[in-house]
Write a protein that binds this ligand. Structure first.
Ligand code: NI
Length: 168
């Protein structure tokens, strides 16, 4: 079973590597990630969150889309934005409203290496942007202004009984 890495771990800050082997090891990773995401009741999970330095994420929007995205690229983003409450399994217990594009088009490969394109709206678009950020070492708190970010981190530390300033 995979372990979820939390903020402060170096792997969450890395730019992940492209997948070039579509083999059974990749399939095992993706299946384990789905399992972990379901167990944690999440909408998405990215490979660096389970300590794997690869451009892979899985999403289940609980509205009919359950998919693995390998080597994803966001190829279009809408000018229209929306604010939605966001959280992350790597920063458990804290949530905040964040503005992002309302719609995105993502191109990715499936677990067999076949390329697909998906137009995503609302929660799905949100999840794609959030998970894609993880592959570039970006966490949702980085998208807040400095003051709000520090405040959220302090709340996280308090809730998780961590020493103040320990994840900075
Ligand atoms: Ni996350």
């Amino acid at each position: 079973m995979l372990e979820i890495y939390t903020i402060g771990e170096e792997i969450l800050r890395e730019k992940c590597k492209k997948v070039d082997k579509f083999d059974s090891a990749l399939e095992l990773l993706v299946n384990a990630m789905f399992e972990k995401m379901d167990e944690a009741d999440g909408v998405g999970l990215a490979a660096p969150q389970v300590g794997v330095d690869l451009r892979v994420f899985v999403i289940d929007d609980h509205r009919g889309v359950r998919k693995a995205f390998i080597n994803p690229e966001i190829v279009e983003t809408s000018m229209e934005e929306c604010s939605m409450e966001e959280g992350c399994l790597s920063i458990p217990g804290v949530y905040t409203y964040l503005t992002r594009s309302k719609k995105v088009t993502v191109q990715a490969q499936d677990v067999k290496g076949k390329t697909f394109r998906l137009e995503a709206d609302d929660l799905l678009a949100r999840a794609v942007q959030h998970e894609n950020d993880h592959l570039n070492g970006v966490l949702f708190v980085d998208r807040l202004d400095e003051k709000s970010r520090i405040k959220l981190i302090r709340t996280y530390e308090r809730k998780n009984k961590l020493k103040r300033g320990s994840v900075e």
